[in-house]
Design a protein around this ligand. Structure first.
Ligand code: PMP
Length: 427
């Protein structure tokens, strides 16, 4: 049963690989925003941003299965799908971002983005933002600063990583501030590094504060920091692993919401609807500078099967109107969550854009004391009621609300009803 399975998992997995729950259901299939366990019980998946088109998407599944039967090989061969997919991806990006590298995951994409920036500039320092998660490889882990994911994150940084404050206007030092307060601080840090003889190769940030709790960056933030890093000869890297591909509703890329164009974009997750696929997109000129110093080849990045998955996902976005749907349901869900906030004092804020929302629980709306234990207990109770949900943020007090983008309004209503019930009845 499910308990046996988790015991076997714990016995063979390294301890660090935690499950979402202490006693998780054993899931075996899914469709759209729903998951089904081995006893036939259905759950609403409110946390899955790997499958924007939902579970069991036939278009993607059939395309990949057909491709696997015909041909799958490493990406050095000459076949159509990888070229077609790279062209379609490049078309989605503004000029001059037209040059594509294909990989398998977000960590790989961020790592490669860093390598490209280091090689292209001939520098070694990187500026990253606090409360961020960028991946598990040596490079992407080095720029990951979230103490929720790694409690010693800030002390164990390699010396080439420089961390600037999170532009979180909801809590912390910058509470209530706008970009006018903290963008100059990050810019100042960049100029300071340059003056000290170690100008950064890059500034890396998510284009929306995903792992900090679904908090949008303040208007003008990236524009000002990107300008500073470029003035000192460095590059702007946008981590779009979570924010990209229509997650924010109105904007296909998170950087569009900030009105900027990065020099290097890292993307993954949604691209293959769960089939491993990631990418780095940059300019021809930056990629050429990488060529002089760097080596890159990925056996399965952009394989025939993953390229076909990438194409099938883009077809589905177009044919099903996924992004428009996500914007509409996201706005609806946010307004319903605001109604809940008016009735439940535990909800300190409803953050977010599109279908990346963060319901932040606080013990006191003035002190903003994080309701961390309560958040965990609420997630456990929601599971009993058929909703899969997880805490996020450095205080683990935010409901990471990021369901498949195809989620129906009825499901959004069900989630709000169950959350209302837990907050009313207790947990
Ligand atoms: N960047 C961001 C912003 C992420 O959220 C994640 C994954 N949560 C990653 C990078 C790493 O992606 P992956 O897990 O596919 O390696």
């Amino acid at each position: 049963d499910a308990a046996d399975l988790i015991a076997r998992r714990d016995a063979t997995f390294a301890e660090v690989q935690e499950h979402y729950y202490d006693a998780p259901p054993q899931i075996e299939r899914g469709w759209r925003e729903h998951l089904v366990d081995t006893s036939g019980r259905v759950y609403l998946d409110m946390v899955n941003n790997v499958t924007p088109l939902g579970h069991g998407h036939l278009g993607v599944a059939d395309a990949v299965a057909r491709q696997l039967r015909r041909l799958n090989t490493n990406s050095r061969f000459n076949y159509g799908s990888v070229v077609e997919f790279s062209e379609r991806l490049a078309e989605l990006l503004p000029d001059p971002l037209d040059t594509v590298f294909l990989v398998n995951s977000g960590s790989e994409a961020v790592d490669l983005a860093l390598r490209v920036a280091l090689a292209a500039t001939g520098r070694r320092d990187v500026v990253s933002v606090a409360e961020a998660y960028h991946g598990w490889t040596i490079g992407s882990d080095a720029v990951s600063t979230s103490i929720a994911d790694n409690p010693s994150a800030l002390e164990s940084r390699p010396d080439w990583v420089h961390v600037v404050d999170a532009p979180n206007a909801f809590r912390g030092r910058h509470r209530g501030a706008d970009a006018a307060r903290y963008a100059p601080e990050a810019a100042h840090r960049i100029h300071e590094l340059a003056a000290a003889g170690s100008p950064p190769a890059a500034f890396i940030a998510e284009t929306f504060f995903g792992n900090a709790g679904g908090i949008p960056l303040p208007a003008g933030y990236l524009a000002e920091v990107y300008a500073a890093v470029r003035e000192t000869g460095g590059l702007a890297i946008a981590d779009e692993v979570q924010a990209g591909y229509g997650r924010l509703g109105e904007w296909f890329w998170g950087f569009e919401q900030q009105g900027v164009v990065p020099d290097i974009v890292a993307v993954a997750k949604a691209m293959g609807n769960g089939y491993p696929l990631g990418a780095v997109i940059t300019t021809r000129e930056i990629a050429a500078r990488f060529r002089t110093q760097g080596y890159f080849f990925s056996s399965t990045g952009g394989s025939p099967a993953s390229s076909i998955a990438g194409l099938a996902v883009l077809d589905a976005y177009r044919d099903q109107g996924v992004q428009r749907h996500a914007a509409a349901v996201g706005a609806y869900l946010k307004s319903r969550l605001h109604e809940l906030a008016a009735r439940h004092a535990l909800i300190g804020a409803v953050h977010g854009l599109g279908l990346y929302l963060g319901v932040e629980f606080v013990r006191d709306r003035d002190t903003l004391e994080p309701a961390t234990d309560e958040t965990r207990a609420i997630c456990d109770r929601l599971l009993e009621l058929g909703v899969i949900m997880q805490p996020t943020g450095d205080h683990q007090n935010v409901l990471k609300t990021k369901p498949p983008l195809v989620i129906e309004r009825d499901s959004a209503d069900f989630f709000v009803a169950m959350l209302d019930r837990v907050l009313t009845e207790g947990w």
